[in-house]
Write a protein that binds this ligand. Sequence first.
Ligand code: COA
Length: 164
Amino acid sequence: MKKIAIYPGTFDPITYGHLDIIIRATKIFDNIIIAISNNLNKKTIFSLKERIELTKLATLNLKNIKKIIGFNDLLANLAKKEKTNVLIRGVRTIFDFDYEIKLAAINKQIYPDLDSIFLLSSKEVSFISSSFVKEIAKYKGNVKPYLPKEIHFALLEKFNNIYN
Ligand code: COA
């Protein structure tokens, strides 16, 4: 039986921080489903379709990625639909952990078989967040160290379109 896990997030855009977690998760599980939230409470600069495309580009060379999907549902329901009972979440600092404990508990309440597995971010990328990266790009700072090449170009192009 293949071990499948879901790695959910907003990925606006995917960064080396997310990739660190994805690469390590592919070494633990046979298949990873990357699930990209269409969370309307979070204002994103990339559309859901763009975030899916960019995440596909960034993970092109990785084995064990089963699929990359957008979702507009409760995460627990999505996991059930995808026939998996494991969620992967990356934890960067103790502050992430507080939120993650609550998220894991509510997900378990909705779908009792669902367990969350936390991977600690590698220390080299533990300070990265998509918001920081967007803020730096907005003011024309260097975002190269935080993003795969294709994502770096896409972000620069997006900001050029918005601000020029
Ligand atoms: N490395 C670098 N950055 C990371 C990271 C890592 N390992 N893990 C998370 N981040 C960053 C993200 O870039 C993002 O940064 P930003 O806020 O600056 O954009 C931030 O941490 C939040 O991460 P993300 O993983 O996108 O989580 P989220 O808080 O946006 O939650 C879902 C996304 C999909 C898990 C959540 O919204 C969800 O489950 N939605 C569906 C509805 C639902 O079921 N809700 C729960 C029941 S109420």
